[in-house]
Design a protein around this ligand. Structure first.
Ligand SMILES: NC(=O)c1ccc[n+]([C@@H]2O[C@H](COP(=O)([O-])OP(=O)(O)OC[C@H]3O[C@@H](n4cnc5c(N)ncnc54)[C@H](OP(=O)(O)O)[C@@H]3O)[C@@H](O)[C@H]2O)c1
Length: 273
């Protein structure tokens, strides 16, 4: 895939990985449609893209979980540029905590944003892609979709659902010219963590976070080289291997992690003793 002059819809472009992806694609000369709820952020980004010298993006403001909004975003992107070459389903929300600490409504809300919105966008763009016999769907899931990670059950389930949907669709679309890519980011330095619902008492692990710019550059490179899947970080790749080769070991490692994340940090323990 080449992105110069390509019409690309990026959801969740108002911050983090989506914003970085928009800038990376603008650097290639893509014609962008940017979707999210925070209008001011999208307009600021559109201006920045214009300053790079790329075509001024079209902005679609709305909650992708609201009735008709995902479909409206897809239509807006097609009509803004007369066509759509790639759909990047990046918008997402997170939640962290013991599985029993969430309301069922929280599980549903995460599914609406992380699973049903990308599915609806994909289905809305698909007839256009099939008619042109070309198109790329990039679905941003997570390393938490590879295997269930403690305290990320609700989030990981929504990402695993999107991964599975993507892989099924990829098989069905073989020979049509429409491709489906899955991206599994690991910890990335974004606002996701500031905005997530946190319940219960478990804490997030202290892990090095990649920059959104680095992740975005890797995603665009992977798309340009027609990769089917991109698992970020060695830990993510190790998880993928272990799932197939040593699932029992992976279970034990994750159980150890679950216990550690419920205990006070070593530094906190020293302070209180
Ligand atoms: N950061 C990580 O460590 C990490 C790891 C693995 C996977 N990911 C995935 O990467 C993707 C990007 O996340 P990020 O880390 O860049 O976080 P972020 O900075 O919080 O970005 C999330 C984006 O999604 C948009 N969004 C959320 N709910 C929406 C809704 N209902 N309708 C429309 N847009 C919505 C947000 O925009 P508005 O609030 O303006 O609507 C924002 O632009 C997500 O799918 C996330 O699950 C992130």
């Amino acid at each position: 895939v080449r992105f110069d002059d390509a019409s690309v819809l990026v959801t969740g472009a108002s911050s983090g990985i989506g914003e970085a992806l928009a800038l990376e694609l603008a650097g290639r000369g893509a014609r962008l449609t940017l979707a999210a709820r925070r209008e001011a952020r999208l307009l600021r980004l559109a201006e920045e893209v214009g300053r790079i010298g790329a075509p001024l993006p079209r902005v679609v403001v709305g909650d992708l979980t609201a009735a008709g909004e995902a479909e409206r975003a897809a239509r807006a992107a097609i009509s803004a540029w007369g066509m759509l070459d790639a759909l990047v389903n990046n918008a997402g929300v997170s939640a962290y905590g013991e599985e029993e600490s969430f309301d069922l409504d929280e599980y549903r809300r995460i599914m609406e944003v992380n699973y049903f919105a990308p599915v609806r966008l994909t289905l809305a763009a698909l007839p256009h892609f099939l008619a042109r016999r070309r198109g790329l769907v990039v679905n941003v899931t997570s390393v938490a979709a590879i295997y269930g990670v403690p305290y990320l059950g609700a989030y990981g389930a929504s990402k695993a659902a999107l991964t599975n949907f993507s892989q099924a669709l990829r098989a069905e679309l073989r020979g049509t010219g429409v491709r489906v890519m899955v991206i599994y980011p690991n910890y990335t330095d974004t606002e996701l963590f500031l905005r997530e619902a946190v319940t219960g008492t478990a804490r997030r692990p202290r892990i090095r976070h990649a920059s959104a710019a680095r992740v975005a550059a890797a995603v665009v490179r992977a798309a340009e080289t027609n990769r089917r899947e991109l698992v970020l970080t060695l830990t993510g790749k190790a998880m993928q291997r272990a799932r197939g080769l040593a699932p029992g070991l992976l279970d034990r490692v994750l159980a150890g992690m679950a216990t550690r994340l419920r205990e006070p940090r070593a530094t906190d323990r020293r302070r209180t003793s």
